[in-house]
Design a protein around this ligand. Sequence first.
Ligand SMILES: [Zn+2]
Length: 227
Amino acid sequence: MTPPPAGTSLPHGAAVGVVCAHPDDETFGLGAIITAMVATGSHVALLSLTRGEDSTLGAGADLATRRVDELHAAAEALGIGRVVVGEHPDGALTQVPHDRLVDEVCTTLGDVEALLTFDHGGITGHPDHQRATDVSIAAGRQLGIPVLGWALPEPVAARLHEEFGGRFVGRSSTQLDHRIEVDRSRQHRAIGCHASQDNPVPRRRIELQGPDEYLRDLHLPDWHLPD
Ligand SMILES: [Zn+2]
């Protein structure tokens, strides 16, 4: 099976809302996709549902403040125009009522034309990531706009599991709806902003994928016509 063609039916020049669980998800995961969208004229707004205080990396009393500062610097490097940070508990998003999170996404990003988040399974299996995906899809339904999910190709997920352990969720080529060719220079700059969270896994993931990123259509509104 060949992967889907590059650059098909992505929002060009649209207002895009990004929903992430933690500061750094927008960079390590979505960074190159965001800069590709910005390069086509899209305006990107970001909602991070938590401040990332539960991380074992860079642990310390001021970690939440530090990570929010890192997030703002990284967002600037990626060309994100607006950043909103929620104060939900990192590591416990599944304990926050689903409807409350959906309302928050709809209120914060109610003016966008598409949402971008992680694939089902949350890429790493992290329950917070999966929660962010679930609420994004519900918000997309409510707003009547498409929801795109950043996805890992199956061979990349398998390789990361082999090298690092963990539960990476990968997709077969038939499950990947869009392939986009990306320039990673701004993503690397943004990674440099997340000094407290730097670790070899996202760097290896980026190395394995080279200039390609993949997206899935997690929700398409009724009016959407296939290309
Ligand atoms: Zn995360």
